[in-house]
Write a protein that binds this ligand. Structure first.
Ligand code: ACO
Length: 323
C-alpha cells in the first residue's frame, strides 16, 4: 500500500532566548506561576527583522539536509502558520523561493495550533492519491508579533520557531511496507470562536490584532478532546494505546500534556516534551518536538508515534504513524 513515510526532520529556533524572569518587572507575574501553571521556563523570540518565512526556510534547509535530498527533489511545500509574513502570497511560496525550488507547488494551511496536524493529513492524502511523491511540510510561527504585552494570561505562553518534516511516498516494497502515516483524525467546531482568536484582520479591523484567549475554558476542551481524537486515530489504525511508543503532543501546557497522557494510560517517559524550552509555538510545536527528539536519536524504526493538537477554531486532531 502506498504510504507517506518520514524521510527527514529539521528545526530552527531564533537566537533570542527569553526566560520567565524577563516578564517579572513588566507584569504582575512570576517565574514560579508560569512554571507551575504551564511547565514553560523559557521561549525564543524572533529578531525584529526575522519573518515567519525566514524561520521556515532555516527549518526546511535542516530537514532537507537530514533527509539527504535537495530542493529540486521536492514536489510540494506546505506551511502551517497563523502568522504569515503578508496576507499573500503564502509563506509556502516564500519558502519555496528561499530554498531554490523552481517547480512543484506550495500553499499554506491555517488551523492555528492544530495546523501541523491538518498539514500532515493533507500531505498524507496527496501522497496516497499520487499527487506528489515528496512533500516538505513546515510549521512556522512568529506569535510574538500578535501578543498583547499587557495581558499576563497570554503573553507569557507563546514563543517563535519552526519545524519541518520531509514526507516521501513508499510503495510498500521492502521493509518500508508498514511504515508511514497509518491514520489521521481531524475535527473542528466553529461555535467556540470566542474562546481563542485574534482580534484583528484585513477584512475586519485592518490591523494584525492581538491574541485573545479564555485559557481555562480552552484547557477543559483540550483535556477532553485531545485524548478522544488520539483514541479515534488509534482505532482507525487498528492499534491500542498500549502499542504507542511515543506521544508527540502540541506543546501548550505541561498540565494538558500530562492529563492527555494519563487518559491514554501512557507513562510520561513516552512523551516528547519541549514546552519548557520553547513555550507554545502554535503550528510549529509538533514538528519542533519531532525534530528535537529525532536529532537526539530517540525514535527507532518501527516505533508507533501519536501526534495531537488543539487550537483556535476550535480545531483539533491527531495523526498516528509508524516511524
Ligand atoms: N501570572 C500570574 N497570574 C496569572 C497569570 C500570570 N502570567 N496569568 C493568569 N493569572 C491569574 C489569573 O488572572 C487568575 O487570577 P484570578 O483568580 O485572581 O482571577 C488566576 O491566575 C487563574 O487563572 P486561570 O486562567 O484560571 O489559570 P489556569 O490555571 O487555567 O492557567 C493557562 C492559565 C496557563 C492559560 C491555562 O488555562 C492554559 O494553558 N490554557 C490552555 C491554553 C491552550 O492550550 N491553548 C490552545 C492552544 S493555543 C492556540 O491555538 C493559539
Amino acid at each position: 500500500m502506498r504510504r507517506a513515510i518520514v524521510r527527514g526532520t529539521g528545526h530552527y529556533l531564533p537566537e533570542r532566548v527569553v526566560e520567565n524572569t524577563w516578564f517579572e518587572d513588566k507584569l504582575d507575574t512570576s517565574d514560579e506561576w508560569i512554571r507551575t501553571r504551564t511547565g514553560i521556563e523559557r521561549r525564543h523570540f524572533a529578531a525584529d527583522d526575522q519573518r515567519t518565512s525566514d524561520l521556515g526556510i532555516h527549518a526546511a534547509q535542516a530537514a532537507l539536509a537530514n533527509a539527504g535530498i535537495t530542493a529540486d527533489q521536492i514536489d510540494a511545500v506546505i506551511v502551517a502558520t497563523s502568522t504569515p509574513d503578508l496576507t499573500f502570497p503564502s509563506v509556502a511560496t516564500m519558502v519555496q523561493a528561499g530554498i531554490g525550488m523552481r517547480s512543484g507547488f506550495a500553499y499554506d494551511v491555517q488551523a492555528v495550533c492544530a495546523g501541523f496536524i491538518y498539514a500532515l493529513a493533507n500531505a498524507d492524502a496527496m501522497i496516497r492519491a499520487g499527487l506528489a511523491d515528496r512533500i516538505l511540510l513546515i510549521g512556522a510561527e512568529t506569535f510574538s508579533r500578535i501578543m498583547d504585552w499587557t495581558d499576563r494570561s497570554t503573553c507569557v505562553l507563546f514563543g517563535d520557531g519552526a519545524g519541518a518534516v520531509v514526507l516521501e511516498a513508499a510503495d510498500g516494497a521492502g521493509d518500508s511496507s508498514d511504515r508511514g502515516i497509518l491514520a489521521t483524525d481531524l475535527n473542528s467546531d466553529g461555535q467556540y470562536r470566542d474562546l481563542l482568536y485574534v482580534d484583528g484582520g484585513v477584512a475586519s479591523t485592518g490591523t494584525a490584532g492581538h491574541l485573545r484567549m479564555q485559557g481555562n475554558l480552552v484547557f477543559r476542551h483540550a483535556v477532553e478532546k485531545l485524548a478522544d481524537t488520539a483514541h479515534r486515530a488509534l482505532d482507525k489504525a487498528g492499534l491500542a494505546p498500549q502499542e504507542v511508543d511515543w506521544l508527540v503532543p502540541h506543546q501548550a501546557n505541561l498540565r494538558i500534556i500530562e492529563a492527555t497522557a494519563r487518559r491514554m494510560q501512557l507513562p510520561m517517559e513516552k512523551v516528547v516534551l519541549t514546552v519548557a524550552d520553547h513555550g507554545n509555538t502554535s503550528a510549529a510545536s509538533i514538528p519542533l518536538a519531532m525534530s528535537v527528539a529525532n536529532s537526539e536519536g530517540r525514535f527507532q524504526s518501527g516505533d508507533i508515534l501519536v501526534a495531537e493538537a488543539i487550537g483556535g477554531g476550535l480545531a483539533w486532531g491527531s495523526v498516528v504513524l509508524r516511524w
